[in-house]
Write a protein that binds this ligand. Structure first.
Ligand code: NAD
Length: 499
């Protein structure tokens, strides 16, 4: 029995602590209940929002089996057909953009305006981008003459059953970036969204179903990483694992997947540096810099967490930064505030503990540093002021460890050589930003940074054609455009002798 995506959204938005609904697994185009359940809290109020299935090995295995059964026929379908289903899904999400944004906000804590401007449009773009790009690839072929004449050509086979595991900070934005290329290239999928943010993924399952996706092509199991995620990763019928989340979990998944030689892509944590050179046009670039520190409550893997500013401009920088940061109001995500709630109580405690550690390590709080308790319906929510800390050494915990909240450390530097070496001195290597009006300086710094992406005089300007991923402990492999196509397929060379 099909319930339309818009009806499901309406029901979810009515869910509350008094009348909570329960989200189910999606296996073989059926929504299935489990005996066990877990709670999902609205971080802006601290109250129960809905229940979700608490799945285990049995559900993981059933979902993989469904994906395996569906694989052969799905892999034989034409790219045009797969593309059309992705395009219909994108349209359904777009038709429900406002409700999707409100749901993402209530589940994640981010402001509604941000979900409306970024998360949901990006989900739609991910679906359309891969729906279109799958139609525009040509593979190499060669006519050779020695040692004897022959024709070699390449075909790309989908890998098989793909397990897609995603985090809580950009729930549908990141999951759709995996589902779209995986099914566009003919794989079948089992996805596991974060147990903290499963709501928009649940809606996406309805949208795929409504768009006519055959059964078993996309399945979803809900629950914790330890109880269900790990069983997906170790299932012998799974050929590929795409993971986005923390470095600790990513390393574990990498090790488990290696035991059965699965293809693996790991997108993990970051400790991203922003380098501000003396020539930077400060009044123009400050809004981007502050945004890079605090947007989405600092819960973006690409957020700036270490600010290296040339000592000759650091006073002016600090004063402009503090002025701009005044715009970063914190409060009810549905009220138009610039920043919303931290995703969970556990994460709130973690971020607050780092602010304390920074003070113990000799840091000075120049901005923020406290939790916020809005009046009214959000009194029980998890809110933290945007926070700027100075006076820390490069080896301090706050300069080395990922905090993943609205907390940034500011330190001065003297020369480009020095700042390159200091920016590279962490175990992470996800992204960095460089601000300078000197084009040679930009190129020389950007080329010396050991990260996956360097933004110059901007931040988060991203074309999906470009490779995305991290170096060192920030990741393994790249996704996006051609790279997703490579990751989600196996190239096969076919050679025919010509007489
Ligand atoms: P997390 O690693 O705790 O969880 C991510 C996902 O993995 C969740 O779905 C979780 O249930 C699952 N999981 C946990 N343990 C597992 C296990 N043993 N086996 C299988 N699955 C398991 O990460 P999080 O706290 O949800 O997200 C925040 C982290 O994600 C931050 O470190 C952030 O930097 C990172 N992140 C990275 C990128 C990137 O593109 N590099 C993007 C967004 C977030």
């Amino acid at each position: 029995q099909m319930t339309s995506t818009s009806t499901v959204l309406k029901r979810l938005l009515e869910s509350s602590a008094q009348f909570p609904i329960k989200l189910h697994n999606f296996i073989d185009n059926e929504f299935e209940n489990t005996k066990e359940k877990m709670e999902s809290v609205n971080p802006a109020t601290g109250e129960l929002f809905f229940y979700l299935n608490r799945s285990g090995k049995q559900e993981a295995d059933r979902a993989v089996a469904a994906a395996k059964r569906a694989f052969h026929s799905w892999s034989q379908t034409s790219p045009q057909y797969r593309s059309s289903i992705l395009l219909k899904t994108a349209q359904i999400i777009e038709d429900n953009l406002d409700d999707m944004a409100l749901l993402e906000s209530r589940d994640q804590g981010k402001p509604v305006w941000l979900a409306k401007a970024v998360d949901i449009p990006r989900c739609i773009h991910n679906l359309r981008f891969f729906a279109n790009s799958i139609l525009h690839h040509t593979d190499p072929s060669i006519l050779h003459h020695s040692p004897s004449p022959g024709l070699s050509y390449v075909v790309r086979d989908p890998v098989g059953v793909a397990v897609l595991i995603s985090p809580w900070n950009l729930p549908i934005y990141l999951l759709s970036f995996k589902i779209a290329p995986a099914i566009a290239t003919g794989n079948t999928v089992v996805c596991k969204p974060s147990e903290l943010t499963s709501a928009t993924a649940y809606v996406l399952m309805h949208a795929l179903f409504e768009a006519g996706l055959p059964k078993g092509v996309v399945n979803m199991v809900l629950g914790t990483g330890a109880e269900v995620g790990e069983h997906l990763v170790t299932n012998p019928d799974v050929g590929l694992v795409s993971f986005t989340g923390s470095t600790a979990v990513g390393k574990k998944i990498g090790a488990l997947a290696a035991l059965s030689n699965k293809k693996t892509s790991l997108e993990m944590g970051g400790k991203n540096a922003c380098i501000v050179c003396p020539s930077a046009d400060l009044p123009t670039v400050i809004p981007d810099i502050v945004r890079s520190c605090f947007i989405n409550q600092g819960e973006v893997c690409l957020c700036t967490s270490r600010l290296f500013v040339h000592h000759s401009v650091i006073d002016r920088f600090l004063s402009l930064f503090l002025d701009e940061a005044e715009k970063y109001t914190v409060g009810d995500p549905e009220s138009g505030s610039k920043l919303g709630a931290i995703n969970s109580k556990i994460h709130f405690d973690k971020v607050m503990s780092y602010i304390k550690i920074a003070q113990e390590e000799g840091g000075k709080i120049e901005l923020g540093g406290r939790s916020v308790q809005p009046e009214g319906r959000c009194t029980g929510g998890y809110f933290i002021q945007p926070t700027l800390i100075t006076g820390l050494t490069d080896s301090s915990r706050c300069m080395q460890e990922e905090i993943f909240g609205p907390v940034v450390c500011l330190v001065p530097f003297g020369s480009n050589e020095e700042v390159i070496s200091r920016a590279n001195s962490t175990s992470y290597g996800l992204s960095a930003t460089v601000f300078s009006e000197n084009v040679n300086e930009i190129h020389s710094i950007a080329r010396s940074l050991r990260v996956g992406t360097v933004w110059c005089n901007t931040w988060m300007l991203r074309d999906l054609n470009m490779p995305f991923g991290g170096t060192k402990e920030s990741g393994m492999g790249r996704e996006g455009g051609e790279d997703s196509l490579h990751f989600f397929t196996e190239q096969k060379t076919i050679c025919i002798k010509i007489n």
